[in-house]
Design a protein around this ligand. Structure first.
Ligand SMILES: Nc1ncnc2c1ncn2[C@@H]1O[C@H](COP(=O)(O)OP(=O)(O)O)[C@@H](O)[C@H]1O
Ligand SMILES: [Mg+2]
Length: 350
């Protein structure tokens, strides 16, 4: 279920981007109404919300994510706060004026987009946002190459995100390095801050990126620090957690690990260098996808055997070699097996 949703989301994003690109093309060729057309395409693809899922279902999906304990706790606190505020409103009491905009700090592949998508739906479930969709952009989606282009682009993206969440990945790239440098990123931030104010009740913005770069981004404009008061930390996954994530992905796709494959997987994951480049959960997913290619090659290499002869066990099983070869294709070598313990031998001989 979760998997199908992801595929659907990806498809929706792609169609949304196509719509946007088309509208850009039309805009450049000077056709009138291109913006409106792009808007409508955007609406048809990315903005129309699916049926609302109840909070309990969303909460269960969040709880089902591997690890991320502090993230889950923070999300729960946020949602609880909103529920109480909504209740206060029904009792005719004033709502506490706090901003729901968030900073997600974490390396790539740590689950930021996944959690943002769920959170957007939760915001809809508690009545904060009407649609609860997620529009994900990076610098290229906001910043233009020519004077005047950035404001138009940023505005368009914000319109698509209204009543949902605007997720700006690698947001630090909007802040120019070195002072006084002319950069359209600054313009995008200014438009963003203005629209956040104009559409206070219709837009939640999440800015995400590497922890070490986000702080200087937030300090680059005084308006940013005050609006993005809440930070959520996404730590790197441990080897155990990555192994569990791999197992979940494999199970979702109905694949199984042959004896020994789990051990190989563990040695690969344990050999990853933690930090910005490790890929985290995304590495687990890519490794799985590569392993499928290796399995297919292995199963069809034997010229004497036709693919029609493969039985169920053949096609569901990933071997140790499938996974080790997949890791090598991704530039990772499994850690060597631990050397046999010599004292064990002596004990055995004695
Ligand atoms: N805690 C988790 N449990 C299971 N799968 C996860 C988890 N975190 C991330 N993933 C998977 O890893 C991939 C990358 O996650 P993503 O949310 O895009 O990371 P980020 O936005 O931080 O780069 C996605 O395919 C996602 O489904
Ligand atoms: Mg992401």
């Amino acid at each position: 279920m979760a998997l199908n949703r992801k595929a659907l989301d990806d498809l929706r994003d792609t169609v949304g981007q196509l719509g946007e690109r088309l509208s850009d093309q039309l805009g450049r060729s000077g056709l009138r109404g291109a913006d409106e057309l792009g808007e409508r395409l955007g609406n048809r693809s990315g903005v129309r919300p699916g049926p609302a899922r109840p909070l309990s279902v969303l909460q269960a999906e969040l709880d089902g994510l591997v690890g991320l304990d502090t993230v889950k706790e923070q999300v729960r606190a946020l949602v609880a706060f909103l529920q109480v505020q909504a209740r206060r409103k029904t009792h005719g009491l004033p709502e506490a004026a706090t901003s729901q905009h968030l900073v997600f700090l974490g390396n790539p592949g740590t689950g930021k987009t996944t959690v943002a998508r769920l959170l957007a739906e939760m915001y809809r479930a508690v009545g904060l946002l009407q649609k609860g969709h997620l529009v994900e952009v990076d610098r290229a989606g906001l910043v233009g190459q020519y004077v005047g282009e950035t404001a138009v682009k940023t505005d368009r993206v914000i319109r698509r995100a209204l009543d949902g969440v605007l997720f700006i990945d690698e947001a630090y790239s909007l802040a120019p390095e070195g002072e006084g440098r002319l950069d359209f990123g600054t313009e995008a931030v200014e438009v963003l801050l203005k629209r956040m104010e104009d559409h206070r009740h219709r837009l939640v913005v999440i800015v995400a990126g590497y922890p070490r770069l986000m702080e200087s981004f937030l300090l680059s404009n005084p308006g940013l620090r005050s609006r993005f008061a809440r930070e959520v930390d996404f730590p790197d996954y441990s080897t155990d957690e990555l192994q569990e994530i791999f197992a979940i992905i494999a199970a979702q796709h109905e694949y199984e690990l042959a004896p020994g494959a789990e051990e190989t997987l563990r040695r690969i994951l344990a050999g990853l260098h933690p930090g910005e480049e490790s890929g985290n959960a995304r590495f687990a997913r890519t490794l799985f996808e590569q392993a499928l290619n290796r399995q297919a090659l292995r199963l069809t290499r034997d010229g004497a055997r036709s693919a029609d002869d493969l039985d169920r066990a053949d096609v569901v099983t990933l071997t140790s070699d499938d996974i080790a070869d997949a890791a090598r294709a991704l530039g990772e070598e499994p850690l060597p097996l631990p050397a046999p313990d010599p004292t064990g031998w002596r004990r055995w001989l004695a």
